[in-house]
Write a protein that binds this ligand. Structure first.
Ligand code: ATP
Ligand code: MG
Length: 309
């Protein structure tokens, strides 16, 4: 395994058996990907795609049915490798009656941070995740967003090299999301590696160097966010005026046309060839081109495309 690969997942499969009849649920069918040192890697997919199952398998919180996982070139079972990983679960399990600093102190003790250092780091983390105002409150009384923040503080406390975060933005308001994004970018700037899952695609676009998209337990797309968006094809909106009913009918057979009345039409073309063809026909029919607007591809579109496959 190359020095630059921090995490490698090969042929991961996880089958759960549920209920009295041991019904099989194939949560992950076949997932392979690798995360390089210093990058922010996004694991995306709709509800039930298998993201949390993949993460829990990496962390050995559940045991995979098949496949191989290496962290820092070692087996995921290796205690030394595990110490270099920080994990923020989807639903942080926290001790309801502890206050933030008490909880972080406990986490620090579990990961073997010496006492004095533990106190300083816990104090710094409380500030970093914006929980200073709530230090006197038991965690059980926290809101969803505050819970996310304490989960993040806990994951960062022992200054891990690889951070694995399951839905770190969920439950946060826009300001909270920006704050968490900044914390994640700061970690990358410090040379850390991050793997996270998210449904909030705008955050993914802003943060991730590379992503994989998972659907029904399988990886359907993989690559740099920029490349994925470029390869998804470009849609262009065309607006015409002075279009005759005959032209409208002719264009309608090539795709969706919105009739805005009085000869004004709006239509969408997929790729340059389709644009050229529509312009040629419209021109020949004496219609006027009012606007040609390239639509920005978003991860959202790509996601929908993948889902309809
Ligand atoms: N312990 C379990 N026992 C049985 N089935 C499970 C278990 N954990 C997960 N599953 C099933 O595996 C599939 C994948 O679940 P998983 O939690 O990995 O999805 P996810 O991509 O994290 O979804 P979400 O976006 O909702 O968090 C689902 O069909 C789920 O019901
Ligand atoms: Mg999940």
């Amino acid at each position: 395994m190359s020095e630059d690969i921090v995490l490698e997942v090969k042929g991961l499969r996880k089958v759960f058996h549920i209920g009295f009849f041991r019904k099989r649920v194939e949560a992950v069918k076949n997932a392979s990907f690798s995360v390089k040192r210093g990058e922010i890697f996004g694991l995306l997919g709709p509800n039930g795609a298998g993201k949390t199952t993949t993460i829990k398998s990496i962390l050995r919180l559940i045991f995979p049915s098949a496949g191989e996982i290496q962290i820092f070139g070692r087996s995921a079972d290796d205690r030394e490798a595990a110490k270099r990983v920080g994990y923020m679960p989807e639903n942080p399990y926290v001790y309801q009656y502890l206050k933030p600093l008490e909880f972080l102190d406990l986490c620090g003790r579990l990961t073997g941070i010496p006492k004095v250092e533990r106190r300083d780091r816990s104090e710094a983390m409380v500030d970093r995740v914006g929980l200073r105002h709530a230090v006197d409150r038991p965690i059980g009384k926290f809101s969803k967003g505050m819970m996310q923040r304490i989960g993040l503080a806990q994951a960062l406390l022992h200054d891990p090299e690889l951070l694995i975060l399951d839905e770190p933005m969920s439950g946060l308001d826009p300001i909270g999301r920006k704050e968490v994004r900044d914390v994640l970018l700061e970690q990358r700037a410090r040379g850390k590696t991050l793997l996270f899952t998210s449904h909030i695609l705008s955050d993914v676009e802003l943060l991730c160097d590379r992503v994989v998209i998972m659907q029904r337990g399988e990886i359907t797309s993989e690559g740099k966010v920029h490349d994925l968006l470029a390869s998804a094809g470009r849609q262009v909106e065309i607006r015409l005026s002075g279009a005759s009913p005959a032209l409208k009918d002719s264009l309608a057979s090539r795709g969706v046309v919105v009739d805005n009345g009085e000869g004004h039409l709006t239509l969408r073309a997929d790729g340059q060839k389709a644009v050229d063809e529509i312009l040629r026909i419209s021109n020949a029919a004496g219609a006027r081109l009012d606007a040609l607007v390239p639509e920005r591809q978003t991860l959202e579109n790509l996601f929908l495309q993948d889902a309809s496959r």
